[in-house]
Design a protein around this ligand. Structure first.
Ligand code: SAM
Length: 265
């Protein structure tokens, strides 16, 4: 997968050389290029922002400099049928989810544009959308950061860890939170020792009975999701739930006879 990132602080992405992402780069699974937006400016101050039209505080990123950069990175001067997907982090966009990460992990080429200041001129994504580019805008959460660099790092890590060959043990990404069709939060995890500072791991995990361990973990996941993210329970497909899942959900106060669980108590 080819990844281009445009930022006024490209050095921020030096950290991508660390950890598993760094290994994926050296294995050739991904190639990452961080570009400085200011390289596409022509004025002596290398300015990338201007005052907001209509007034107001702060500065807005100018469309012209972004367009010069993106025309080049997206290959707009060529007839290519396969353009990269263009992604802008934006706090006022739909939330980036595991489903988006999974879909984007199948892409060949991603171009990320990091906003700064009050954000970027809204005509930039509109312009490329109108020209047939697949443009995505995503928020990583309901809070405002200073710039898109952290948000891009978050999305990149979520996407690239799903690439075949990225994880040392591919099974580690199969049963995680938010993953799969009927997504739940993951059950609690424990390691050795079995007893630590007066706290014991649940006895069933030491039983060696795999069926019992699986059922315990599944119930833990259902209980935890019910407590923390009941919206995920309400999205489950009841027809894909086992008899034991339904029993647990009924005990937790859900009605499971329809297409999706409905809270009744
Ligand atoms: N004026 C904007 C607003 O109120 O929605 C905030 C702009 S923010 C200070 C500057 C840049 O940081 C944004 O253009 C975006 O690229 C990035 N950013 C900030 N918070 C973000 C979030 N929660 N998710 C994704 N990107 C974010």
């Amino acid at each position: 997968m080819d990844i281009d990132i445009v930022s006024v602080f490209p050095e921020y992405f030096d950290v991508l050389d660390l950890s598993l992402l760094g290994k994926a780069k050296s294995k050739g699974l991904i190639s990452v290029h961080a570009h400085n937006l200011r390289d596409w400016t022509h004025d002596v101050h290398q300015s990338v922002d201007d005052t907001p039209v209509g007034g107001g505080a702060g500065m807005v990123m100018k469309p012209a400099v972004w367009a010069e950069c993106l025309d080049e990175l997206l290959g707009m001067h060529t007839e290519s049928p396969d353009r990269p997907i263009l992604i802008f982090p934006n706090p006022s966009a739909p939330l980036f989810t595991q489903q988006d990460a999974t879909e984007l992990s199948h892409a060949q080429h991603l171009v990320f544009g990091c906003g700064r200041y009050e954000g970027y001129d809204a005509r930039i994504p509109a312009y490329y959308r109108e020209r047939g580019v697949d443009v995505r805008e995503y928020s990583i959460g309901d809070y405002v950061l200073n710039g898109g660099e952290v948000a891009v790092s978050v999305m990149l890590e979520a996407i690239t860890r799903l690439l075949p060959g990225f994880m040392g043990n591919p099974d580690s990404i199969i049963e995680e939170s938010y993953t799969g069709g009927n997504a739940l939060l993951e059950h609690n995890q424990y390691t050795k020792p079995a007893s630590w500072r007066g706290l014991d791991v649940p006895a069933v995990l030491l039983s060696g009975d795999h069926a019992k361990v699986d059922r315990f973990r599944r119930d833990e996941a259902l209980k935890k999701t019910d407590r923390i993210r009941p919206d995920l329970i309400a999205q489950l497909d009841c027809h894909a739930l086992s008899k034991a899942d339904r029993k647990t959900l009924i005990e937790l106060g859900w009605e499971v006879s329809g297409d999706h669980p409905r809270r009744i108590s």
